[in-house]
Ligand binder design. Structure first.
Ligand code: SF4
Length: 351
């Protein structure tokens, strides 16, 4: 793989990004600002490439050259996405400690979902790793979606985790770059999520580790990626999304609260049959205020106002958004209820 000067420029500039994003801005870039502070370097990279008519450079997976070329494998494992129905997924947050009772209670009562994400250290806070909770999910005949962020582990540790997860029966993995967190832990970012998706589908799938050495299994893994329809401006995010979808079997979006935003996102791509729209019921004005501070999340002002008058507005809007996603032809909805079975049931009724 040869590298032209525009690619070299992108790789050099990306070193200024706190997450070392080589394949597009992270989902937390908003209006040219960086979630860590100051300006997002991807505003400059995208602007420069556009001006020079070289945006096509971003079609390539940048950073892949140092791992050597291996062919992409389009083999698929049995997946929750095989369902003929509108797919519903949700997520669990493993315990911050060793007490799995809340997870077990949730799993004992969960209904109507095809798969459950096991989140990986949300917002950089340490919680139990996704391996054990994934085993519990499988015991309930539900597919786990094993999340891996590039923030907390280097690529050797990421591969070790994947080997163990695969041996235990996990076949759906969601790769994320991860939020930037510096609370006394050092972020790694050996790779970004685009490069990680690429390496799993070209290396592990061919029975090779990321450096091209033989491993004992050809791993057929369904890869999921994330996309943020709230990104402003959305162009660079969409270029990155289209690139990731060359390797990904499914995508889950950041929570969307504005139907017009979902319409716009829908117009800009054509992978509806592989995309699950993120749904987050906002239960109070206080929660809306707190969620607004999460990088990449945008809560419309009119929803906040409505929540001041009526606490039920969040659930109502979430329900409407699920139906809207269905009308637009999306494959399903990823519903985040913080392990509240009642709310989940309420939202999935009659979908
Ligand atoms: S917003 Fe994200 S992509 Fe942009 S510079 Fe900051 S960390 Fe990097």
């Amino acid at each position: 793989m040869t590298m032209d000067s525009a690619e070299k420029d992108v790789l050099e500039l990306s070193l200024r990004c706190p997450k070392k994003m080589k394949n597009g801005p992270c989902g937390s870039s908003f209006d040219g600002r960086c979630e860590v502070g100051g300006f997002c370097v991807w505003k400059e990279i995208y602007g420069r490439l556009k001006e020079e008519g070289k945006l096509s450079v971003l079609d390539n997976v940048l950073g892949a050259e140092k791992f050597g070329y291996s062919p992409y494998s389009d083999k698929k494992a049995e997946s929750f996405m095989d369902s003929k129905r509108f797919v519903i997924t949700t997520e669990i947050e493993p315990p911050k400690g060793a007490d799995l009772s809340k997870v077990k209670r949730f799993l004992g009562n969960v209904k109507g979902v095809s798969a459950i994400n096991v989140v990986d250290n949300p917002l950089g806070e340490p919680v139990m790793g996704p391996f054990l909770p994934s085993l519990y999910i499988m015991k309930h005949n539900i597919k786990p979606i094993y999340q891996i962020t590039c923030r907390d582990n280097n690529i050797a540790a990421i591969q070790s985790d994947i080997f163990a997860a695969y041996a235990s029966g996990v076949r759906d993995i969601l790769v994320l770059t991860g939020d930037y967190v510096t609370k006394n832990s050092k972020p790694v970012f050996d790779v970004d999520s685009t490069l990680l998706a690429y390496l799993i589908k070209t290396k592990l799938a061919n029975g090779l580790d990321f450096c091209g050495r033989k491993i004992d299994t050809k791993m057929t893994i369904n890869i999921g990626v994330a996309v943020n329809p709230n990104a402003v401006p959305c162009d660079a995010e969409m270029i990155k999304f289209r690139k990731k979808m060359q390797f990904a079997d499914f995508a889950q979006t950041q929570a969307v609260f504005d139907p017009n935003m979902l319409d716009e996102f829908s117009r800009q791509m054509n992978f509806h049959e592989r995309v699950l729209v993120g749904i987050l019921p906002i239960m109070s004005y206080k929660m809306a205020e707190a969620m607004s501070k999460v990088p990449g999340v945008t809560i419309p002002e009119d929803l906040k106002k409505e929540l001041k008058r009526d606490k039920g507005a969040g659930i109502r809007r979430a329900k409407e958004m699920i139906l809207h996603a269905k009308e637009l032809g999306f494959r399903g909805a990823h519903i985040m209820t913080f392990m509240d079975n009642k709310v989940l049931l309420e939202l999935t009724k009659k979908v």
